[in-house]
Design a protein around this ligand. Structure first.
Ligand SMILES: NC(=O)c1ccc[n+]([C@@H]2O[C@H](COP(=O)([O-])OP(=O)(O)OC[C@H]3O[C@@H](n4cnc5c(N)ncnc54)[C@H](OP(=O)(O)O)[C@@H]3O)[C@@H](O)[C@H]2O)c1
Length: 332
């Protein structure tokens, strides 16, 4: 099988690439930059922007399956940039599949597409999309997911996976942020409720993508559907943060602020960053304040039943591997 992985040089994309290669598939990657680790693995790299349809057409030529993993993630930035990468980019991916007769498209979505600011406890894939979003990332990821599911047809089978809070060795988002904030003594618990959250170890999230690809064909039970992907071990959010800090050799977070205060700080920061056109990400936003003060855990039975997905690396084992990686890498 010849697979194209968009974002194959990224955190999750890299894990998918390695698992595909390990089972003997031919893999190529599409992203803006050159990724030396992919070159070392012998992966052919196509460089381009998701917003450029011609670049995607070139990369997808001759492929049997497409894993669309690349996206603009983050909590801040102009809406147009999120829209171009996440929505226009996904349209271009779908068009490339259709142009080349690629029959299988696995799209990496996000559980944040159904986050309405309130607790999500044990919900399944019937959760509706909210009417409004407090950040561009979940809004544009939701638009992208809807495009992918609507594109499912007798000639192109599509599926959307929603991995929740991916972590593990090689993490370039969640773990480094927590570690940097803790080192700068700027980490605060938000509220004191023991909100349960699902997370997923990176290799498990990648495995779910391969399983989805294997079970996906036009008319198959998984075609046209979305699935939450987690480790199935919901943990109180601040306990999880503290376990990550412990893996980095850091003390647990003790100081806290109220959810109301965090949200108010988010409102003020967003206004300041917009009005003064400040660079970088604000230290708090409305979306982050709500995410860190609410429960998010999901019913994983659909992924188990339809994809045959069972996590192979437990939270415990993942944390050991994370700790080893953190001790060998300079993460700041
Ligand atoms: N990390 C999480 O906790 C999490 C949770 C839920 C869902 N997800 C989803 O999982 C996917 C992968 O996330 P990740 O954490 O692995 O992110 P990542 O490490 O930042 O990887 C994203 C990759 O996409 C490429 N990319 C970004 N913008 C691009 C553009 N405009 N054109 C072409 N390539 C572009 C990047 O490579 P270049 O910089 O070289 O272009 C990078 O290799 C995303 O769809 C994200 O929404 C992540």
């Amino acid at each position: 099988m010849k697979a194209l992985v968009t974002g194959g040089g990224g955190f999750l994309g890299g894990a998918i690439v390695r698992q595909l290669l390990a089972r003997g598939d031919e893999v190529q990657s599409f992203s803006r930059g050159e990724h030396p680790e992919l070159a070392r693995l012998g992966v052919r790299q196509f460089r381009g922007e998701l917003g450029d349809p011609a670049a995607l057409l070139r990369a997808a030529q001759g492929c049997d399956i497409l894993f669309h993993v690349a996206a603009k993630a983050g909590i801040w930035g102009p809406y147009e940039e999120f829209f171009r990468a996440n929505v226009t980019g996904t349209k271009n991916v779908i068009a490339a599949c259709q142009a080349h007769g690629i029959q299988r498209l696995i799209h990496t979505s996000s559980p944040s597409v159904v986050f309405d600011g309130r607790d999500l406890e044990g919900g399944d894939e019937s959760l509706p999309y909210p009417d409004r979003y407090e950040a561009h990332y979940p809004q544009t990821k939701a638009l992208a997911e809807r495009l992918v599911l609507a594109a499912n047809s007798p000639t192109l089978a599509t599926v959307a996976l929603r991995p929740h809070l991916i972590w593990g060795p090689g993490d370039n988002h969640l773990v480094p942020r927590i570690v940097a904030k803790a080192r700068a003594r700027r980490l605060r618990r938000i509220g004191n409720r023991p909100c349960l959250v699902d997370t997923v170890y990176v290799e498990n999230a990648a495995l779910a993508h391969l399983l989805a690809g294997d079970r996906l064909f036009p008319g198959s039970p998984v075609a046209g559907k979305s699935y939450f992907i987690t480790n199935g071990e919901p943990t109180p959010l601040w306990e999880m943060v503290n376990r990550i800090l412990a893996a980095a050799g850091l003390s647990p977070v003790t100081r806290s602020i109220s959810p109301r205060m965090a949200y108010a700080i988010g409102v003020v920061c967003e206004r300041l960053w917009s009005a003064l056109r400040l660079s970088g990400e604000p230290p708090m936003t409305r979306f982050v304040a709500r995410e860190l003060a609410t429960a998010h855990w999901f019913d994983g039975s659909a992924a188990r039943r339809d994809l045959g997905y069972e996590p192979t690396v437990s939270l415990e084992e993942g944390l050991v591997r994370l700790s080893e990686w953190l001790q060998n890498e300079q993460v700041d």
